[in-house]
Design a protein around this ligand. Sequence first.
Ligand SMILES: [Zn+2]
Ligand SMILES: [Zn+2]
Length: 146
Amino acid sequence: MSAATWLERAESVLAGAGKKRGGARRAVLELLQAQTCALSAPEIEAALAAHAGRRASRASIYRVLDELEELRLVQRVEVGQAMARYERVGEGAGHHHHLVCDRCGLLTPFSDPELESAIRRLSTQVPLHVHEHEIVLRGECRDCAG
Ligand SMILES: [Zn+2]
Ligand SMILES: [Zn+2]
């Protein structure tokens, strides 16, 4: 794996795919690069609005997120009924998976070295050249389970 950041990789993949550059896109990329876990589109909009000169419309944020998802640069995690959260895809430092509460939408990151080694072992045995993996465990969080 090269030392390029996710942001650098994303810029070059987007350029290679002929996607139009724009201020909103750069702002979304920089924000996602700085996150440790997934954000919803409204959270991204609010975070950008909090930075002077970086306001981006929700429509342009969704367009950027769609492009990033289409190019497998972000992972979309469905939470709750009509909510999704987005985070950069990467197998390097900070690689983790998610617990999702189907009742309240709470998303919690987790990581587990044994799970990672099990996936690595499995990846050598399946008829697929594995580039990445994502694990989502769904259920009820402690608060919702009562
Ligand atoms: Zn995450
Ligand atoms: Zn819950």
